[in-house]
Design a protein around this ligand. Structure first.
Ligand code: ADP
Length: 887
């Protein structure tokens, strides 16, 4: 029953269907039914109305809902798009056919394809390298069939292809997104080229360090300094100590250094406090109980936040043994070298003594009447003896250098005099070889210097001797220039230039080594020991300089050296003397360097100098000067010139009354004597010998101009030649003994003394001097004080002892075949020659029994004074300077 009817019936109390209806009830029922219908209609109406209402609401609701969801969807899409656009990874979508559907800007950046170019393309053809394309296609096919793939939903590394064609590594995460029956892959891509490179670098570096660690020749220990435990070791450590790596990792270092644990512990403490490393030598004990000496270098480092110690340990047992052996060998070698040097010194002394005898006696022999053949033989003996002596002296010098016994003096000397002295020593040799020898000190060079003039001369002499030895024709020029000057010192450069055989570049590198010669063949043309330049090098180095050579084969050589020398505190003024100022001089010499030198010297004195290279040119110059009314005051004429010699030129000038007034000075060839009479007859007022000494030249010019005496030198004044006194001197006196260990000093003293007309003997040390005095009588002895073997003081004492013994013997009237001194006083004057300018030195010499004192370097005037003082009846009364002044 319809519930509404049921309700109306219930209201009428007609709940029991079997109750018969009354008419009241019936009309009520009908009313009620009608009412129910009305209610039903109302209800339906209401329902319809509310239905209509709710459907409208529903529509509205639906519209709202749709709008909201569309909006949300759009938002999501925009977000997604944003995400894709701005993602830091490349995002690529591909469909089931492998066609690109998504390609974000980062993907464009990674692969070089723009989105427009990539979208719609087959992925395989775009970014997969050709060698992987087939695999990719197969994978895709498999996935299509089985919906399964090995590279899905994980990060993998692959090789990709860039638009430019290069392959590079990428990291990819591939996610499939299913939609109905189909799907799409989304790939998230990263370019990992950089991280791969870093990884590779890291791997390489790690491998390198692992190799260093494992293959190191040193044992490496990683130690925990707090506990002294070993954290890691390399295989060398195991090999060194005889433990396996595992054993070592369980070992404390106290086991390895049982005796030095206290030291190590204090070190560890320090390390932990201060964080410094440390190096030391420690004893290690091996597993078998052997001890070895190890050098340990430990450094501190923080590994994983913990302070650790890395110790590099090297077994130096063998090295120490080798060092010990080396030390012993070195000591032995030094002993041997010392013994060798001493042997050489003794040998050279032993050889030198008879050599001096040979040379001295040959000298005496040459002064006697000899046939020309005998004279020639004796000359040869003397020359050979001198050559041998040079070799011995070289060896002695060299052995002194080798054994570090080379003494260097620091005394005042004049650089120009030292150079000119050296040229003098060698002039004769140059002259007899027909070579021009010229020396020049540039005007800015300070000449009052302090140093060792003996060594300086020795170097110079050696270089000039070599130059002469290796030059057949031409010239040898010495030039001293200034390199640097301070208020206290000067650095000079000396150049010795020759026109000789030259030296090839290879030999140039070795000739400064001992015993090296440019020509080492057995058929060598030139003698020598090959020691000269090695000695020069050492001497030059001691003078704070360097030595070298520039040379071309066949063109000649220039040997040069530099030296740093102190300037004398109160150096004499080197300003030019004004006496010769303004005088006109004509320098006539065919040799350009000589002309240049003469002109330079003349100009230094304020003269007006012109030069001519031939007699004809000179005659023209002199004639024209006369016509200009500016006649030359002086002409210096070289003796040897092609075409017409100096004598003939002088005669021609003097034959012309217009020119005859000119004062003539003759330049004699090197080492040759001039016939003074002939020179005077030709019109010369004086002559000079080459090499030209600046001081002597100046003195001569002043003399012939009358500046010395106030009177002009004229043709009636006797011409005095440098050697005229010697020519007349044939002294019967005993010789003078020169005792000096420096060869050059020795030669120089001999030269100066012999120029004064005395004969000389030489001894190289005190012992040689004593021996010489015991067998020969001497007029006087010049005794160097500091010498090897026996010094001058001891030698003097010995000589004096010998003299007193002879005196005693004489008193006892015993026959003495050898008078000690010519005057029979049995007291030979001994004159100290020493560079020691210290006060008290003179007293020391006198105390030793010497008679007087001649300071070094020896100067001609000082020497003359001493000789005049001690040999009052001396052979000549004029010193060299005076003789050369033509007074
Ligand atoms: P020595 O002359 O005794 O052999 P040095 O040490 O003085 O020894 O010289 C070494 C070598 O250098 C000489 O043998 C020679 O070959 C070469 N030499 C030296 N000076 C000259 C020079 N001026 N011209 C050519 N060669 C030279």
């Amino acid at each position: 029953m319809h519930p509404l009817l049921k309700r109306q019936l219930k209201r009428l109390g007609l709940t029991d269907p079997k109750i018969p209806l009354s008419s009241g009830n019936w009309s009520q029922l009908l009313e009620r039914i009608s009412h129910t219908y009305i209610e039903a209609d109302q209800g339906r109406e209401l329902l319809e109305r509310s239905l209509a209402l709710s459907s409208k609401e529903m529509q509205q609701l639906y519209d709202n809902l749709r709008q909201t969801s569309e909006h949300r969807l759009q938002n999501i899409q925009e977000k997604n798009q944003n995400l894709i656009e701005n993602a830091l990874d490349g995002i690529i979508g591909i469909n089931a056919e492998g066609i690109i559907t998504i390609w974000n800007p980062q993907a464009a950046k990674i692969f070089g394809w723009s989105p427009y170019a990539a979208l719609g393309k087959d992925l395989a053809e775009t970014i997969i390298p050709p060698s992987f394309r087939e695999a990719h296609r197969q994978g895709l096919k498999r996935f299509n069939e089985s919906r399964q793939g090995t590279i899905i939903n994980q990060r993998i590394e692959l090789m990709a292809l860039h638009h430019e064609g290069r392959e590079f590594p990428i990291e990819v995460a591939l996610i499939p997104i299913f939609e109905d029956t189909t799907y799409e892959f989304i790939a998230f891509v990263r370019d990992i080229s950089e991280s791969k490179q870093t990884e590779l670098a890291l791997r390489t570096s790690e491998e390198r360090f692992r190799k260093i660690f494992s293959q190191s020749n040193d044992a490496i220990f990683l130690i925990n300094p707090e506990q002294g435990t070993i954290l890691d070791v390399n295989s060398k450590a195991s090999a060194m100590l005889g433990y396996s790596k595992t054993e070592l990792l369980q070992t404390s270092i106290s086991q390895i250094h049982p005796t030095e644990m206290d030291l190590l512990q204090s070190f560890f403490k320090k390390v932990l406090q201060e964080g410094h490393g440390w190096t030391d030598q420690l004893t290690c004990t091996t597993k078998s109980g052997n001890c070895l000496l190890a050098e340990i270098s430990a450094s501190v480092m923080s590994i994983a936040g913990k302070t650790s110690l890395v110790a590099l340990v090297r077994d130096i047992t063998q090295r120490k043994e080798a060092e010990q052996a080396l030390r012993q060998a070195k000591n032995a070698a030094e002993q041997a070298a010392k013994a060798k040097s001493e042997f050489l010194a003794t040998m050279s002394h032993e050889i030198r003594t008879p050599m001096n005898g040979i040379i001295g006696m040959t000298g005496l022999l040459l002064n006697t009447e000899l046939t020309s053949q005998q004279h020639q033989f004796a000359e040869t003996v003397k020359k050979s003896g001198e050559a041998l002596l040079t070799i011995i002296n070289d060896i002695l010098d060299f052995s002194k250098i080798e054994s570090g016994k080379l003494d260097f003096e620091t005394i005042d000397f004049d650089l120009r005099v030292a150079m000119e002295d050296t040229l003098d020593l060698i002039a004769e040799k140059a002259g007899s070889a027909n070579l021009e020898l010229v020396g020049c000190v540039d005007s800015p060079v300070p000449t009052a210097l302090r140093g060792d003039p003996g060594r300086f001369r020795q170097v110079l002499l050696n270089l000039i001797s070599n130059a002469i030895k290796f030059t057949k024709e031409g010239e040898v020029t010495v030039r001293i220039a200034l390199l640097e000057e301070t208020s206290e010192a000067a650095t000079i450069k000396v150049r010795v230039q020759d026109t000789g055989i030259g030296i090839d570049p290879l030999a140039q590198q070795s000739i400064f080594q001992p015993f090296q010669q440019a020509d080492n063949s057995t058929t060598r043309q030139f003698g020598g020991t090959g020691l000269g330049l090695a000695i020069c090098k050492k001497f030059v180095e001691r003078m704070g300089g360097t030595i070298g050579v520039e040379s071309q084969v066949g063109q000649g050589s220039t040997f040069w050296f530099t030296a740093q020398l102190f300037k004398q505190p109160q150096a004499p003024s080197v300003l030019p003397n004004k006496d010769l100022q303004g005088l006109r001089i004509c320098c006539i010499d065919d040799h350009p360097v000589n002309r240049q030198l003469l002109e330079e010297y003349a100009k230094t004195w304020g003269m007006s100098a012109t030069s001519a290279s031939t007699p004809a040119e000179a005659l023209g110059l002199i004639q024209r000067a006369h016509e200009r009314k500016e006649p030359f005051h002086i002409a210096i004429v070289d003796m040897e010139m092609p075409g017409m010699d100096g004598m003939a030129l002088a005669r021609e000038i003097k034959a012309n009354p217009q020119l005859a007034k000119i004062r003539l000075l003759l330049l004699s060839p090197l080492g040759q004597r001039i016939d003074a009479k002939e020179a005077k007859a030709a019109g010369f007022l004086g002559y000079l010998t080459k090499p030209i000494r600046q001081t002597v030249l100046k003195h001569s010019l002043e003399t012939i101009m009358g500046l010395k005496t106030g009177n002009l030198q004229h043709s009636d004044t006797p011409i005095v030649t440098p050697f005229s006194s010697l020519e007349s001197e044939k002294t019967g006196r005993y010789p003078i003994l020169v005792v000096d260990d420096h060869q050059v000093n020795q030669q120089l003293a001999v030269l100066l003394i012999e120029r004064l007309g005395y004969r000389t003997d030489v001894a190289a040390n005190g012992q040689e001097a004593v021996e010489a005095c015991s067998t020969n009588p001497y007029s006087l002895v010049f005794m160097d004080c500091h010498m090897p073997v026996m010094d001058g003081y001891d030698a003097t004492k010995k000589i004096r002892e010998m003299e007193s013994m002879k005196r005693e013997a004489k008193e006892k009237d015993s026959p003495d075949p050898l008078p000690l001194t010519p005057d029979g006083t049995l007291h030979v004057p001994i004159i100290a020659m020493t560079a020691n300018a210290l006060s008290g030195d003179r007293e020391k010499c006198l105390q030793a029994g010497m008679d007087d004192y001649l300071p070094k370097p020896i100067r001609p005037d000082g020497l003359t004074q001493i000789l005049e003082k001690w040999l009052c009846s001396g052979p000549i009364k004029m010193d060299r300077g005076k003789r050369e002044s033509y007074e």
